[in-house]
Structures are given as C-alpha cells and as structure tokens.
Design a protein around this ligand. Structure first.
Ligand code: SF4
Length: 318
C-alpha cells in the first residue's frame, strides 16, 4: 500500500505515488485536510519504513508502468518527516529518470537536513496558506515547534536555493483566509519567495465541511489570482472540469469508447471532453474528426457553442 497509481493528478499529470509516512503523521493538522484530523502531530523525522522495502515497491511499480509523468512523494502525511528522504530521492534517481515530485507543507524546511533533502527533488511543491501568524495557527494548526517565522525562513531559503521547478499551493478557505486583507498579506509574502507557479485551491471534499473548512466563492478566487500575479492558476473547485480521468495508457479503441460513453450521457463540448478525460486538445480534435466521419459521433452547432453527441442512429458503444 506504499505505492498508489499511477493516478491522474490535476496539478502534475500522471503520478506514481509513494507514501512514506504512516496515516496522518504530520507537523500540521490543517482544518481542510482530506485525511481527517492528524493522529500523530510531530516535528521529528523518523524511519517509518525501510528504504530497501520502499525501493523494491517502487521498482516493481515502474516495471508495470515505467513512464508516469512524476514520481510523487506525498500521501498520508508530510513526506518530509521521513528521515531518509534525501537517500530515497537519490536512489529513485538511480533507477528512473522520471522527475521526483515532493509535496510538502513546507513546515520544516528551516531544518538544515530536511532542506538538503528537499533540494534534491526535481519538483518541489510546498504550501503557504496564511499571510500572518494568527491565520497560520487557525488554518494549519502546526506543531508547537513550528512558528510562522520559522515556516517563512525555511520557505524563503529553500525556494530560492532550489534549482528545479517550485510549485506553490495556496488553499483558500471561506471566512478563514479569504478576506481581502488575508489575500493581500499572502500576496506580500509570495513576493519574498521564488516559484514557477502558484496553484490556488479551495477545499471541496468531505470530511472538510465538518471541520469548518468550506470552499470560498468564485469572486474571491478572481481577487486572489489578480493579487498573486500571472503565475497563479486556479485548481480544485474552480477548475473542477479539470478533474481529469487521464487517458494516458489507453489504446485508441479505449479512448474512442471513453468518449462515446461520455457523449451517451450528455452532449459535450471539446473542452468538456478534453478536461474530463484528460485528452490533449489537438489529439481530441483528430479523434472527433475520425469518429464523426465514421458516423459514430455527431456535431451540433448551438447558440452555446459546438456540442458533440452520439447519434440516435448509432447508439452502440464500440
Ligand atoms: S499538511 Fe497535508 S497531510 Fe498534513 S494536515 Fe495539512 S493537508 Fe493534511
């Protein structure tokens, strides 16, 4: 169970997940955590699993699918708490040239050994949800060893030192960190970090509502995107049509079937199909042309745009 996927990720494509942390072992207890409350709130690193066992699992998974888009170190807690993280990343690079993605809350990057390990990842994806200490405490519920200043010190040092891609995530929670003041404070701090992209998210899945973490409104997102600058992009609720089921690894026949199954339920635009099935737009255009020529899919131009559907004369799924 340490390996999951490859699974489609809205942020990173097809991801082979490597979970190196026991369930809800984390330095935060975020109110929006999809895994529920943190069982083991800790700031100490540990050898939770033997490195050789993790490597054996990864190598077996790579035999089945040698080319995911990324190998993701994440999962049931903060992977940065694994004390052999640096060694693990180096060994993963020995067996595969797939980029290593490290998703972390960033809380412990101020610790030297952890920073060194994080710098080895090809893609570093830390979080920043607050622009001030009070909001930080409310939304992330950190371990007592982690102050807001330490969090920022670590984030600043590591994002500037990292030579690869840095993808920040900001989670906006209604009435917690989505006021104009909160967004402005986060935007100010972002100016002190180095990053290639910011993914702006909002909680949508249970059990978050029970913990008081509700999605913020679309107009708040627009304000946040404007305040965070051109590198900011919306994900989550705001881009839910991007909640893709990847088509990667599907044969042409399978993809034809996926498209026709989708169109059997309701007419869709190219954008609907591309985002729902994770098919690149230029590929989709060719597939739709072929299916239309074969009479397996029909096009209809309406005031709302061009829609595709399965014609009543040919309703059978391939
Ligand atoms: S940092 Fe991630 S795993 Fe930890 S509590 Fe927050 S959302 Fe959950």
């Amino acid at each position: 169970m340490r390996i999951y996927g490859p699974v489609p990720s809205r942020r990173f494509g097809l991801s082979l997940g490597v979970d190196i942390i026991p369930h809800k072992t984390c330095s935060f207890d975020c109110i929006y955590c999809q895994l529920g409350p943190t069982d083991n709130l800790t700031a100490d690193t540990e050898t939770f699993y033997e490195l050789d066992e993790i490597m054996a699992d990864v190598e077996e998974a790579l035999e089945d699918d040698p080319k995911p888009d990324v190998i993701t170190l994440a999962g049931s807690g903060d992977p940065i708490l694994y004390d052999k993280l640096g060694e693990l990343i180096l060994r993963l690079k020995e067996v595969s040239d797939v980029p290593i993605l490290l998703i972390t809350n960033g809380a412990l990057l101020w610790k030297e050994e952890i920073a060194k390990a994080a710098l080895l990842a090809d893609i570093l994806a830390p979080s920043l949800d607050a622009g001030d200490a009070e909001t930080f405490a409310r939304i992330n519920n950190p371990h007592t060893e982690i102050t807001f200043e330490r969090l920022l010190d670590g984030l600043r040092a590591v994002t500037h030192a990292h030579r690869g891609e840095v993808r920040l995530e900001v989670m906006l929670v209604k009435d917690i960190n989505d006021s104009d003041e909160s967004i402005a404070a986060i935007a100010d701090l972002l100016k002190t970090l180095r990053f290639d992209r910011i993914d702006v998210n909002t909680p949508v899945r249970p059990p978050v509502p029970e913990r008081g973490a509700m999605p913020c409104d679309d107009d708040v997102l627009q304000k946040a995107l404007a305040a965070f600058g051109p590198k900011a992009h919306a994900i989550g609720k705001f881009a839910r049509r991007m909640d893709v089921k990847s088509s990667r690894g599907r044969s042409f026949d399978d993809r034809d079937k996926d498209i026709r199954e989708m169109l059997m339920r309701r007419p869709c635009t190219q954008e609907d199909i591309a985002s729902s099935l994770g098919i690149k737009r230029h590929e989709l255009i060719k597939i739709l042309e072929r299916l239309t020529e074969a009479g397996l899919v029909a096009r209809q131009i309406t005031d709302g745009g061009v829609y595709y559907h399965v014609p009543a004369s040919n309703p059978t799924i391939l």
